[in-house]
Design a binder for this molecule. Structure first.
Ligand SMILES: NC(=O)c1ccc[n+]([C@@H]2O[C@H](COP(=O)([O-])OP(=O)(O)OC[C@H]3O[C@@H](n4cnc5c(N)ncnc54)[C@H](O)[C@@H]3O)[C@@H](O)[C@H]2O)c1
Ligand SMILES: CC(=O)N[C@@H]1[C@@H](OP(=O)(O)OP(=O)(O)OC[C@H]2O[C@@H](n3ccc(=O)[nH]c3=O)[C@H](O)[C@@H]2O)O[C@H](CO)[C@@H](O)[C@@H]1O
Length: 452
């Protein structure tokens, strides 16, 4: 049954989707794509996942999940692969030939010049076009610069498929999902935003996501509005983290714990100050502003300033540590430093734009020995010049200083009394419970706190 076919009664098309007679292709089976494909399969029982990574495809077809630390995902993938609801292929064109609904969730990044890089999306679009038929619908879930569907994706699909724009549907339905809670989010932690290139596409996308998302659907005017919703959510976060970071740098001037003031200020319903920290990392928040900055006629001084404030926090963090070492009379070139936490946030094994990268780089340049600890990271090759150790080995390296960049829960168990000497400690995430020791502590957002 073709879904984008207004000659067919809407209820018949809903029933066809529910009954599993509408084949769905999901392009991109990564951190977000595999959970999404698994929920689609659990809903419509007829999904082919397409990914160019052969090992990803092989693992999924064995009924296993390559995505770790996602509650419920391994069991769901095993169940939907076993019952035939989900299969994977490394040939996106073969998936496109079979499918009626084409769901795209491949990476959308920025290049070295911070320009949006839509090359993967354009490649997938050409694959889809090779199998696109009248009555199909394409649903884009990857985060993209506003206007991408209207100005890039639709023209590319028309040109590559030979179809008229009116013969197929196109909608933008962003992933409002965070790693570590993907299934919960996809199934309905929040309402799903949908926006179609035309009214019929919006209605179809609404129908599909009302089957998937228990929290329901917010249908907006068009694809560009939906694209803007997703980017605005991310830009709001980056700008507000930047405000918190800037306020946090006043802690010493004001001689207060700024985070205490923030918590009290946030008791007002219209105040939502975020949390100062060692920097902003990940594949989302640091990148989404660049989907607006420099992409349109209008200027964006606030978004650009927020990016530079957030990207200044790793240097701010190192400066506090080096200041502490200097004041303790330790020459940097003799110092041994332990860096606690490398991934961009706790519980997610991702180091893209992680604040730890510039922090470790700078410390390796200036200090004698730099040891790094991260309980969930497997590949430490990006942290050149440092030595990976386990959490329990930090006592043996006899450090002069420690800096917490990512608040993995494993660090709660550090016995700060066990260190022989007084350490300089920088807590980048207000995470350390270090009271009662004689260490010299700087907490970002709270300033220097001399232990009694
Ligand atoms: N990770 C998150 O927290 C999150 C949350 C919301 C939205 N998003 C958005 O979702 C999208 C995907 O992010 P992700 O974290 O799942 O990425 P990811 O890097 O974890 O996975 C991307 C997958 O796409 C595959 N791929 C690459 N090129 C392909 C192609 N041409 N055809 C088919 N598959 C291809 C890769 O092999 C990989 O398995 C991005 O646009 C991101 O902005 C991510
Ligand atoms: C709008 C929004 O909420 N989007 C979330 C976000 O999730 P994320 O996985 O990217 O992680 P964040 O929690 O945003 O953290 C990013 C970095 O900012 C640091 N940080 C955070 C809060 C703070 O107050 N102070 C900070 O310093 C933190 O340490 C880390 O380095 O994007 C996903 C993809 O779009 C969304 O799906 C997900 O909903």
């Amino acid at each position: 049954m073709k879904l984008y076919d207004i000659s067919r009664p809407f209820e018949d098309r809903v029933e066809a989707f529910r009954s599993g007679s509408v084949p769905v292709a999901v392009y991109g089976l990564g951190k977000m794509g595999l959970p999404l494909a698994a929920v689609y399969a659990d809903t419509c029982h007829n999904v082919i996942g397409a990914d160019v990574d052969e090992s990803v495809v092989e693992t999924i077809n064995e009924g296993r999940s390559h995505v770790k630390r996602e509650p419920g995902l391994s069991d769901l993938v095993s169940a939907v692969v076993t019952d035939g609801s989900l299969r994977a292929t490394s040939d996106p064109q073969s998936a496109a030939a079979d499918a009626t609904v084409h769901v795209v969730i491949v990476p959308t990044l920025v290049d070295a010049q911070n320009e949006p890089d839509l090359s993967v999306l354009q490649s997938v679009a050409r694959d889809i076009a090779s199998g696109l038929e009248a009555g199909d619908i394409v649903i884009l879930e990857s985060t993209v610069p506003p206007r991408t569907c209207a100005d890039v994706l639709e023209p590319l699909l028309v040109e590559a498929s030979g179809l008229d724009a009116q013969e197929f549907g196109l909608a933008f339905c962003p992933e409002r999902t965070a790693s570590g809670r993907a299934l919960e989010d996809i199934r309905g932690a929040y309402q799903k935003i949908v926006g179609g290139i035309d009214r019929e596409s919006t209605d179809l996308a609404r129908m599909i996501y009302e089957e998937i998302n228990d929290a329901g659907v917010i249908a907006v005017s068009d694809t560009t509005t939906a694209e803007a919703v997703k980017v605005f959510e991310g830009v709001y976060r980056d700008v507000n983290i930047a405000l918190a970071n800037e306020l946090g740098t006043f802690a010493d001037d004001l001689d207060i714990d700024v985070t205490e003031a923030i918590e009290a200020a946030n008791t007002l319903p219209y105040c939502n100050l975020h949390t100062p920290g060692a920097g902003v990392g990940g594949h989302c928040i640091p990148y989404y502003p660049h989907f607006m900055i420099g992409q349109f006629e209008s200027s964006s001084p606030l978004m650009e300033t927020a990016r530079s404030v957030n990207d200044s926090m790793p240097a701010f963090t190192v400066d506090k540590l080096l200041k502490g070492l200097n004041e303790q009379g330790t020459t940097l070139s003799d110092a041994t430093v332990v860096v606690l936490g490398l991934t961009y946030r706790a519980g997610v094994e991702e180091i893209r734009h992680a604040p730890s990268l510039p922090i470790v780089d700078r410390l390796v340049d200036q200090c004698a020995s730099v040891y790094v600890v991260d309980p969930i990271l497997e590949d430490f090759s990006a942290f050149d010049g440092s030595k990976p150790i386990s959490r329990d080995e930090i006592y043996d390296v006899d450090p002069d200083a420690a800096v917490l960049v990512t608040a993995h829960e494993e660090f709660d168990g550090i016995d700060w009394e066990q260190f022989q000497d007084q350490l300089v400690v920088v807590d980048g995430r207000q995470a350390l419970d270090i009271d009662g020791t004689d260490h010299w502590v700087y907490t970002i957002g709270a300033g220097w706190i001399e232990q009694e």
